[in-house]
Design a protein around this ligand. Structure first.
Ligand code: ATP
Length: 427
């Protein structure tokens, strides 16, 4: 039916353990309201009367354990009720993990660790969703786990091309996503791993920080972490997963929706103290096209600079080449084979840090502002944030950039990779 304002309104009644799956059209916005009963979105409870705005392209499920009435306002791409969901098995998984948190928190031994969980599986099986559900359930049980995102292409925390960790101390806001206050971010600089050595290096750094955090903070140690990974599970991809498993001292691997990977990991992790579980993929997970992925990456960049709801007004600032240093990790382009002595294979040092000479090719680049002070620090330092180059002026030897924070950059050491964002229609 249509509401008073002419906007389409549909009401759905859910029985216990059913979910309403909704897709917002690519252009448009809808509002979901819990009219009656109890319900949650990916583990985050909604209150009766609470209305959630879903922006273009968003896909989600409103699940109820006990029954609910949901009102949907606006034109939807699709909206239907599903009775078969893996939510109860996800809740059981949470119970197993939480028992470990409770034990770690109550034991006198300062050694006891909470669960370190890693979700793995091919693309589009709902890994990020399961991570959100587990984090939300943990916060509802009074723990604040660390959300770790190792997915370069479709990460949920900050801009693409990074790996990061953020403590989740309240259920994830359904409109604003994971809070960005204190994320620990390492810059990889690309959307896919073509320099596995450097990727492993930053994952190991993150692992060291995790251990330090556990040592320094008992609550953090008991809460543990939930790690989201890339959908690359063959060959080098599998090797990277196994490396991350070890570097982050993961003790629970959750394999979503792929029996083959489950078998492989069981074999590879035999004899370790890591347990491998298999979780069912939800029938609601929507496959995303390359265009959709590109659009959602663009949205991540836009949200970083302009805020989730456009509330930030990023300052446009100018920097002179003489005042900043830009570096790149991985040795830059390989020498063409023709330039090498016969028989010698082109090679680059994957961990080489090279200065970048500023040029117009920086235009539209997203650069990281490193906490590293010197060229030597860069490999081990996390980053403070990002800037977006909107103009390069070779005459003046300067560039103009956007930064979400006004004022001077926290450092004049910048890291460059292959991240470009064509911020057209950014407003
Ligand atoms: P990636 O390949 O990017 O790593 P993934 O495996 O992490 O993907 P998700 O991002 O969790 O997958 O899920 C894919 C999409 O499906 C998301 O847009 C998510 O909101 C949606 N989705 C997940 N579960 C459901 C559900 N039960 N009902 C409706 N939509 C869902």
């Amino acid at each position: 039916s249509d509401g008073d304002d002419g906007i389409a309104v549909q009401t759905f009644t859910l029985e216990q353990e059913q979910e309403l799956r909704v897709e917002t059209p690519a252009r448009g916005e809808i509002k979901l309201k819990l009219v009656d009963g109890t319900a949650e979105v990916f583990g985050a409870e909604i209150a009766v009367g609470q209305s959630i705005t879903c922006v273009s392209g968003r896909k989600l499920a409103v699940f109820t354990y006990h029954g609910a009435t949901i009102e949907v306002r606006g034109e939807v791409e699709i909206a239907y009720v599903a009775g078969e969901t893996p939510m109860v098995s996800y809740a059981n998984t949470h119970s197993v993990l939480n028992a470990k948190r409770v034990a770690a928190a109550s034991e006198n031994s300062s050694e006891a660790e909470g669960p370190r969980v890693m979700c793995v599986g091919p693309t589009d099986v709902g890994k990020s969703t399961v991570c959100s559900i587990l984090c939300n359930y943990a916060t509802r049980a009074g723990h604040a786990p660390l959300y770790v995102d190792l997915d370069l292409g479709q990460g949920a925390v900050t801009v693409p091309g990074t790996i990061c960790a953020a403590p989740i101390d309240a259920q994830i806001d359904l409109e604003e996503g994971i809070p960005l206050e204190m994320p620990l971010v390492y810059f990889y600089g690309d959307l896919t791993v073509n320099n596995p050595d450097y990727y492993k290096h930053i994952v190991s750094r993150l692992g060291t920080m995790l251990d330090e955090r556990s040592k320094a903070n008992e609550e953090a140690r008991a809460a543990g972490c939930v790690v989201n990974t890339m959908g690359w599970i063959d060959g080098v991809g599998l090797e990277l997963l196994l490396h991350a498993r070890e570097a982050l001292k993961i003790d629970h691997v959750l394999v979503i929706g792929q029996e083959r990977l489950f078998g492989q990991l069981q074999q590879k992790l035999k004899g370790t103290d890591c347990q491998v579980f298999r979780l069912q993929k939800s029938g609601g997970v929507v496959e995303r096209t390359p265009e959709y992925r590109r659009a959602s990456r663009d949205r991540m960049f836009k949200e970083y600079f302009y805020g989730a709801t456009g509330e930030l007004a990023p300052a446009s600032q100018t920097a002179y080449f003489s005042k900043i240093s830009i570096y790149r990790i991985g040795g830059g382009p390989r020498a063409p084979t023709s330039a090498l002595p016969i028989g010698q294979a082109p090679s680059t040092d994957p961990m080489r840090v090279t200065p970048v000479v500023p040029s117009t090719s920086l235009l539209h680049s997203v650069l990281a502002v490193s906490h590293g002070k010197t060229q030597g620090d860069l490999l081990t330092s996390n980053v403070a944030g990002f800037i977006y180059i909107t103009e390069v002026n070779m005459m003046q030897k300067s560039f103009t950039y956007l930064s979400p924070c006004p004022g001077e950059l926290p450092s004049n050491v910048l890291l460059s990779g292959n991240l470009k964002w064509l911020g057209e229609d950014v407003k």
